[in-house]
Ligand binder design. Sequence first.
Ligand code: NAD
Length: 482
Amino acid sequence: MWSIHQSYIDGAFVPVQGSERIDIANPATERVIGTVTLANRDDAKRAIAAANRAQPGMAGSTRAQRIEMLRRLEAAVLAHTDQIREATIEEYGGPLARSQWVSNYASQCFASTAQMLQDYAFERRLGDATVVMEPIGVAGLIAPWNSTAGSICSKLASAIAAGCASVVKPSELGPLQAQVVTEALHEAGLPDGVVNVLLGRGGDVGDEIATNPGIAKISFTGSTRTGKRIARAGLDTMKRVSLALSGKSATVVLDDADLASVLPLALNAAFMNNGQACVAGTRLLIPNVRMAQAIEHLRAAVAAMRVGDPRDAATAVGPLASQAQFERVQHFIRLGLAQGATLVAGGEGRPEGFVKGWFVRPTVFADVRNDMDIAREEIFGPVLSVIGYGDEDEAVDIANDSPYGLQAYVFSSQPQRALRVASRLRVGSVLVNRIGPELIAPFGGVKQSGIGREFGVFGMEAFLEPKSIAIADSPAQVAQAA
Ligand code: NAD
């Protein structure tokens, strides 16, 4: 049984002042595996104060010192890779391969950020001015439950590279994963207060971070609704905000694509992370002339898909993270049926043979119109909407007809043609003939999918503020200016 009743503040694990207790359950068995006491606003204030004490030291740190901190974090998190993977499986139900990927990524993002920092030009010359990229100040890093370790580590890597101390608020729904990561961060032995971590409610600890004048920057990953609330709350103190939000990504299969090789990738893009992925390609756009063939492929592929124990390497889809997620997905499956979509695979309820655990049936709907709720709303579960199109222009129009714009996928046997389509899509990133991201390229959304970019150099610059310093060459220039 896990017992998590401490926050990490000023370089030490300290008892939380909050009193709300919640249970942690394993979503595959529904069994309680631990309890957590949540931090409250007072804990958040202490963490923010500690980060502010650490900030001058961080702002004055050299490039070499920051690289050294990132390397220590990389090593410490790497040493905890197995624990992060196990926590991701046990608490979240992440399938083995995905959980392994996330736990590897947690240390790799420190390594790639250290690498990027080697050559970054913090100073550049523009006309008469020297432009200096300065740390923005103390950062609030707010993470969702569907990628706890990855979100914490990637945001933290960028903040440290930029010279910002941080207050991290993982989701209260991912305490075990957050605890394992925080223990690793502690072992890196950074100066006290550079990293502080609190598990607390969004409306309490999160709101304190969003409104406290001691926070200069918020890097948030989560739902569009919460992102807007945070942006509004941060306005009074003029916080800089980066918002990585919800998505409803389109996978565009062009008429020249080889369906047998492309559709398994498209399904993987839709159902990755048990469908609980912001970048899930949940609208599959298929040429009308190839629809019948595509549906047969999809039906067979989903029938062969293993749902079950996330620890089993053969499992493609594990349980959803919580009962709330289970109910949400059931609601959308019912809505799809009620609005006239055709069920190709899956449907309501648990898969056959399951009586416990938040397992759902991987579901594919055909005959979906892009104005149906299942095509517009982020369902956040393994539910795929297949939409037919006539020509390339119509495919682009449908893909772009969404409130969201996080990511898109394009498949074609002609890369140049796929790139032409990619250039017309209104999204933050496009993956062509692949579903794996490039993790040093900027990542983020347009429209309701967010503001700002994460990862690599763009991720670090989100924690920097340019300052221009122009100096007169001679007294004559001073007189002229006067
Ligand atoms: P959420 O918005 O409910 O919560 C995210 C975080 O915000 C949590 O830590 C939560 O406690 C906190 N929070 C809630 N209310 C708050 C408030 N008023 N002030 C400050 N903080 C508050 O999101 P979630 O359900 O945890 O995550 C799923 C969502 O995240 C999905 O919409 C998904 O698409 C999105 N997401 C986006 C990305 C991306 O990179 N674009 C990545 C992962 C997840």
